[in-house]
Design a protein around this ligand. Structure first.
Ligand code: NAD
Length: 250
């Protein structure tokens, strides 16, 4: 299949819904063979089947990004199914609004496990396979919350800031292997993650802080991720792609 990702194999965590799902569909349209990993097994299988129905190539693997063994088997399945791995999108994430005092140690550890440890584990197990393929691209989904504070969501901000700088140090570490590693920083995006919160007062203030006057769509983010995944960005590594309607420009 022709396209901007023709011949490439991509693994996307959190690929069952939201931004990860849209990235999976777009990548397949652009010629990639796509592996979707998620804890939402039924939904993930449905998305993979739907991509196939549209003529794309996709498969689903059960993946809890906090579990080392599941990352190992997700990468193994990818290589067994499609022969190699070129692209990893570390997209899975969870959002919690609690501030510093309201955050319990349990909540803190949970958010760190998914959003931060999950990204590190993904790179740890994908890098050897991508190196074997002769190089490739890793895209870590951070957030505007990894660049500026909002006075809430203490654990979430911490993880997204960590992902930003982990991306930069890993980009330097693996440049010699021709593995480019970049972070993406969405503003508020209309997905399940924030839909329930859209009506809250804090959210109204956040939305008002988007100079373009609207929230983002998963497509807005997916096109940026596609660019970083493709060879069009072959001189881009260690960078942070902000896609936020101007939210962090203040
Ligand atoms: P979403 O909740 O729709 O999707 C997140 C996906 O991650 C879901 O499919 C979920 O099942 C999966 N997931 C959660 N925990 C997991 C785990 N332990 N293992 C594997 N998969 C897991 O939200 P989204 O907006 O599509 O989020 C995608 C990414 O974008 C996240 O990293 C999020 O932090 C980031 N982000 C979102 C927004 C926003 O406003 N929606 C803004 C900035 C950044």
């Amino acid at each position: 299949m022709a396209g901007r990702l023709a011949g490439k194999v991509a693994l996307i965590s959190g690929g069952a819904r939201g931004q990860g799902e849209v990235e999976g569909r777009l990548f397949a349209q652009e010629g990639a063979k796509v592996v979707l990993g998620d804890i939402l097994v039924d939904l993930g299988k449905k998305v993979a089947a739907d991509i196939q129905k549209q003529g794309g190539q996709a498969t689903f693997v059960p993946l809890d990004v906090t579990k080392e063994a599941e990352w190992q088997s997700a990468v193994e399945t990818t290589v067994q199914t499609y022969g190699k791995l070129d692209i990893l999108v570390n997209n899975a994430g969870i959002f919690r609004t609690e501030g510093v005092e309201a955050t319990s140690l349990e909540l803190w550890n949970q958010v760190i496990a998914v959003n931060q440890t999950g990204v590190w584990l993904g790179m740890k197990y994908a890098v050897p396979a991508i190196r074997k393929a002769g190089g490739g691209s890793i895209i870590n989904i951070s957030s505007g919350a990894g660049i500026i504070g909002t006075g809430m969501a203490a654990a979430y901000h911490s993880t997204k800031g960590a992902v930003r700088i982990l991306t930069k140090t890993a980009a330097i570490e693996y440049a010699k292997d021709h593995i480019r590693i970049n972070s993406v920083h969405p503003g508020v995006v209309d997905t399940e993650m924030v839909r329930g919160l859209m009506q809250s007062e804090g959210m109204h203030a956040l939305l008002a802080a988007h100079p373009l006057g609207r929230v983002g769509t998963s497509e807005d983010i997916a096109y940026g991720v596609l660019y970083l995944a493709s060879d069009e960005s072959s001189f881009v590594t260690g960078s942070e792609l902000v896609i936020d309607g101007g939210f962090t420009a203040h």
